[in-house]
Design a protein around this ligand. Structure first.
Ligand code: SAH
Ligand code: SF4
Length: 344
């Protein structure tokens, strides 16, 4: 029988597991505290548990953090982590320090099946979904490498894969991140980025998670979006924005719209004006992402004046629009540059 990964379980489920082994439920709380407070995943060293429970549990479960295969520092201070999963598949996470913020970008799938034409992960295709514990394992794996006293402050679901296409594991990992008995992050410090699965957005709205949502919009007409993002043929812009309008935004929070700027494709002043019109009535902020190049890409980054002119149109309409100069470009860790071959 294969062992249960404790990182796949919610705290209450760890309690039920130990109860099924004849121990009181509070032993489960102690185990969660070891894993998530102290970063200790070795059952043998959970010294406040009775030895017989540790032994019985070891026959049923372990806490499995994926192995860090490579860690590459960037000139800008960010770091790319390559994790090797139990079946040999690999995923990446990117750690990005910025002032007093320390943000981790996590992956939710090995590859991605959505095939956005500007994205290198999309060019890989989908290999498989990550399990809950493989998403949380990235947070614990990176956490272990931080210097004493340093803590992750923000988590973004913007690595490889589409979070809402791996819905169950994504939501369970969000519960572990926010549960005070597990990692205890404030949901305000967590952002889930989606390609625009309107049905997934509706479903997420009912979870009462209160995390931030980022929408990869990237075009202002269905024609252009159809060409850039095949998902648009299933959920067109109007349907996507209707789902966004219905999403219950917590007090004072805004929804982020990501917009990759592609030279000569979606970067005209007219696009900027249309973008402003589309987002009317939504508490939105816009993240403009100048295209990050990768070998074989069919697009290029617009010249700087064109990027700034696009931003200016939005600012003149009182829309918050920031240009996100991606981190880790030199190490292939910037938005849309994540790809890792899968070992057969
Ligand atoms: N699948 C999710 C989250 C991962 S991608 C999504 O699509 O939202 C994170 C962000 O990087 C998305 O907004 C994506 O569109 C953007 N991106 C992809 N390829 C890019 C590239 N080559 N340059 C800049 N941004 C890119
Ligand atoms: Fe997948 Fe997001 Fe890349 Fe599109 S942009 S291919 S949804 S990872």
């Amino acid at each position: 029988m294969s062992l249960t990964n404790l990182l796949d379980l919610l705290p209450a489920e760890i309690e039920s597991l130990v109860e099924s082994l004849g121990a009181p439920r509070y032993r489960g709380r102690q185990i969660a505290a070891w894993i998530y407070r102290k970063g200790m995943t070795d059952l043998d060293r959970m010294t406040n548990l009775p030895r017989d429970l540790r032994e019985t549990l070891a026959g049923r479960a372990r806490a499995d953090v994926p192995a860090t295969e490579r860690r590459t520092p960037s000139q800008d201070g960010s770091q790319k982590f390559v994790f090797r999963l139990a079946d040999g598949a690999r995923v990446q996470s990117v750690l990005m320090p910025d002032g007093d913020r320390l943000t981790l970008c996590v992956s939710t799938q090995v590859g991605c099946g959505f095939g956005c034409t500007f994205c290198l992960t999309g060019a890989m295709g989908l290999d498989r979904n990550l399990a809950t514990g493989e998403i949380i394992g990235q947070v614990l794996g990176v956490g272990r490498t931080l210097p004493a006293g340093a803590r992750l402050t923000h988590i973004v679901y913007m690595g490889m894969g589409e979070p809402l296409a791996n819905y169950q594991a994504t939501v369970r990992s969000l519960r572990l991140l926010t549960d005070p008995r597990a990692l205890g992050f404030s949901p305000r410090r967590i952002t889930v980025s989606t390609v625009g699965l309107a049905s997934g957005i509706e479903r997420l709205a009912r979870e009462d998670l209160r995390v931030n949502l980022a929408i990869s919009l990237h075009a202002t007409s269905n024609d252009t979006r159809d060409r850039l993002m095949p998902v648009n043929k299933g959920f067109a812009i109007e349907e996507l924005l209707a789902a966004c309008r219905r999403f219950p935004l917590p007090f004072r929070q805004r929804m982020t719209f990501e917009y990759v700027l592609l030279d000569g494709v979606n970067d005209s002043p007219e696009d900027a004006r249309r973008l402003a019109r589309l987002l009317q009535g939504i508490r939105a902020k816009i993240n403009l992402i100048p295209f990050n190049d990768w070998p074989g890409a069919l697009f290029s980054r617009p010249p700087l004046p064109r990027i700034l002119a696009f931003q200016q149109v939005l600012l003149e309409r009182s829309i918050t629009a920031t240009v996100r100069w991606s981190k880790g470009e030199d190490i292939g860790a910037a938005c849309g540059q994540l790809s890792e071959a899968v070992v057969a």
